[in-house]
Design a protein around this ligand. Sequence first.
Ligand SMILES: Cc1cc2nc3c(=O)[nH]c(=O)nc-3n(C[C@H](O)[C@H](O)[C@H](O)COP(=O)(O)OP(=O)(O)OC[C@H]3O[C@@H](n4cnc5c(N)ncnc54)[C@H](O)[C@@H]3O)c2cc1C
Length: 396
Amino acid sequence: MESVKTPVVIVGAGLGGIRVAENLRNGGYDGELILLGAETHPPYDRPPLSKTVLTGDEERVDLKPAEFFDEASIDLRTGARVVAVDPSAHTVTVQRDGGTEQVSYGTLILSTGLVPRRFPGTDDVAGVHVIRTVEDSLALRAAAGSATRAAVIGAGFIGCEVAASLHKLNVPVTLIEPTPSPLSGPLGSRIGEMVTRLHVEAGVDLRVGVGVEEIVAEDGRAVAVVLSDGSRVDADLVVVGIGGVPDLEYLDGSGIALADRSAGGGVACDGVGKTGVDDVYALGDCANWAGHRVEHWTHTVDAAALVASELLGHTIPHQTVPYFWSDQYGLKFQMLGSPQSDDQVHVVDDDGRKFLAYYSRDGVLTGVVGAGRVGKLMKARQFLLTPTPIATLLDA
Ligand SMILES: Cc1cc2nc3c(=O)[nH]c(=O)nc-3n(C[C@H](O)[C@H](O)[C@H](O)COP(=O)(O)OP(=O)(O)OC[C@H]3O[C@@H](n4cnc5c(N)ncnc54)[C@H](O)[C@@H]3O)c2cc1C
């Protein structure tokens, strides 16, 4: 039984937006479907931006061929930024081509992603970069061509990937991280040490346990970074990789509730993407589903399928296992399940570069993390579908 109200208006022509549109069409929705995107590009993939696009091995990777939109009768409007939502009138206000218009919706789906956090006071400083859009990636690639040294602030997944990509472009890199090791925030110190050795082996100057006090600029250009231990890193290219936040100003005054910052912020939704306001759904990086906001590609893809099935009245079995990957120094890092940094870590395979580790809590498997161990990691997926004692895997 189809319960979707027409027209469907999707705000955000990124991964979540295009996937939910496609799922609605594949599921039989044949009413009007409008996809509004603030960027001037059709939907494209972000993971390559810190990897192959940055290294110049690939250009922008579009998520669909140009003809898809006509064939699927999806009214894609690029350069169209939603600036307000009025649920009582069932309209959104869109800025496009210098003008403003109201677009009516029956069903509204929000998938507006994140904006990167910037280092305070550096918005107009040349040589300071963030990475979220294809323009960001291309600007960073161009800057790398003439850089003497890069300082990458933040050794989370994106900071680590940028460090690895700049290293591949022969730019000397200093990677700065306030926690004791790269990725130790999400994955804990044991795996952090294993990631450390990859960066060190590559010759990256890794500074851990220190923050950044200041980005020093001369004549409007970055020249150095001053760390919290007082040391100075001379760098004419600075990449700020300190995460992103949902930009939800367009929801001000709409009555669509946001989740508390302590829970990750984002649009507050239930476990299938429904907000507290009738006919309004949210998914992807900007959405907080049942108390969690997740910034992973696969999570967005799964969420898009769930929102579409919810709207179409189909029930799809929800048996997904959270999955994330990252590419660094020619190795594929993968994470399955929901490992926590304070879980018990069981390293079951380590050749000094590639590794596989299980995570457990109270004796139950919570996740699997590997580098260069694709087959073995995927074999463990089945054990994350139901609670599995860690002993089962360790004894196998
Ligand atoms: C550099 C980089 C590398 C990544 N690597 C990985 C990886 O290796 N593995 C992994 O699992 N995940 C990775 N991710 C995360 C993954 O790309 C995201 O989880 C995914 O793109 C989320 O999709 P989304 O639809 O929520 O947001 P997005 O894909 O960001 O799309 C949101 C779109 O909404 C538009 N928008 C925003 N506000 C408005 C508005 N008011 N009106 C209209 N349009 C608006 C934006 O311009 C944007 O185009 C990476 C992300 C980045 C940035």
